[in-house]
Design a protein around this ligand. Structure first.
Ligand SMILES: NC(=O)c1ccc[n+]([C@@H]2O[C@H](COP(=O)([O-])OP(=O)(O)OC[C@H]3O[C@@H](n4cnc5c(N)ncnc54)[C@H](O)[C@@H]3O)[C@@H](O)[C@H]2O)c1
Length: 259
């Protein structure tokens, strides 16, 4: 059962332990900072070398315990070691924000199968690997928890040259729904946040020049999203204010998928 907790709109996370996978990326760091501001202990997890540095900066700014753990979500050994490090440091895990991301754009007639597999291995199976490990930890703790995965507007609409990315994010949405169904009895919410283009490394890699200006024209808000706007949605799905929401994929797209 997912518990009813009386909420007051404060989105408080005091005393909770959170893992942010993709935490050295644009949306990940913004999420880690927002969690820390709301009082959570935060593990910055990413395959980049900068996890420790970001963890230290977040700890200094918000006065919460943090840890940086380098981890590749495509490796079970790496994810197991990450879980051991986080549980060792914090004692428990209450929140997972999973947003490791890979994109490489080709038309469907030209893309190599290896590139399709890489998308799926990182964006779908990699996220599942971490979600499964965290859910088992939460079930053992017996006090529920929150899992939020960053999906994409590509879940809802077809985007040119996004076949590998879209296949991976569609698989992720399927995972979110099944895990939400199976893990509700343990008090675990599983949701997605589906952004439009966000001003990050990945956003800039995929959207440049005319493709970028055409896209901005099509978004009713007439701009791309900023990282804090996505982090705010992730925060909402990570606190008690959203206890009655599970299996959802919350679109944050400035209206792009209205059509
Ligand atoms: N930026 C956008 O336009 C946009 C739009 C929709 C969805 N998203 C999604 O948002 C999430 C965050 O992306 P971002 O925009 O912050 O981009 P980003 O490139 O800044 O961050 C992605 C992070 O994932 C990490 N990562 C990649 N492979 C990994 C692996 N194997 N193991 C561990 N970490 C790995 C990268 O090192 C990077 O830090 C991604 O899942 C992405 O698909 C982004």
């Amino acid at each position: 059962m997912i518990k009813y907790v009386k909420v007051d709109g404060s989105f408080d996370l005091t005393g909770r332990s959170a893992i942010v996978v993709g935490g050295a990326g644009g949306i990940g760091e913004a999420t880690a900072r927002m969690y820390a501001k709301k009082g959570a202990k935060v593990a910055i997890v990413d395959c980049k070398d900068t996890c420790d540095e970001i963890a230290q900066a977040v700890a200094e700014e918000y006065g919460v315990q943090t840890i940086g753990v380098k981890c590749d979500v495509t490796s079970q050994e790496s994810v197991d070691a990450m879980m051991e490090a986080v549980v060792g440091a914090f004692g428990e895990v209450n929140i997972l924000a999973a947003m490791p991301g890979f994109v490489d754009l080709y038309r469907a007639t030209d893309i190599d199968i290896e590139i399709i597999e890489k998308h799926i291995n990182i964006n779908a199976i990699g996220v599942f690997r971490v979600a499964k490990a965290v859910a088992n930890q939460m079930i053992a703790q017996g006090n529920g928890g929150k899992i939020v995965c960053v999906t994409s507007q590509a879940d809802f609409i077809a985007i040119n040259k996004h076949v590998g990315y879209t296949m991976s994010k569609a698989a992720l949405v399927g995972m979110i729904k099944v895990c939400a169904l199976e893990w509700a009895e343990y008090g675990i919410n599983v949701n997605g946040v589906a952004p439009t283009v966000v001003n990050t490394y990945m956003g800039e890699k995929a959207w440049q020049g005319k493709v970028k200006t055409d896209m901005i024209e099509k978004i009713p808000a007439h701009r791309f999203a900023e990282t804090d706007e996505i982090a705010a949605a992730v925060l909402f799905l990570s606190c008690d204010e959203s206890n009655m929401i599970t299996g959802e994929d919350l679109v944050v797209d400035g209206g792009f998928t209205i059509y």
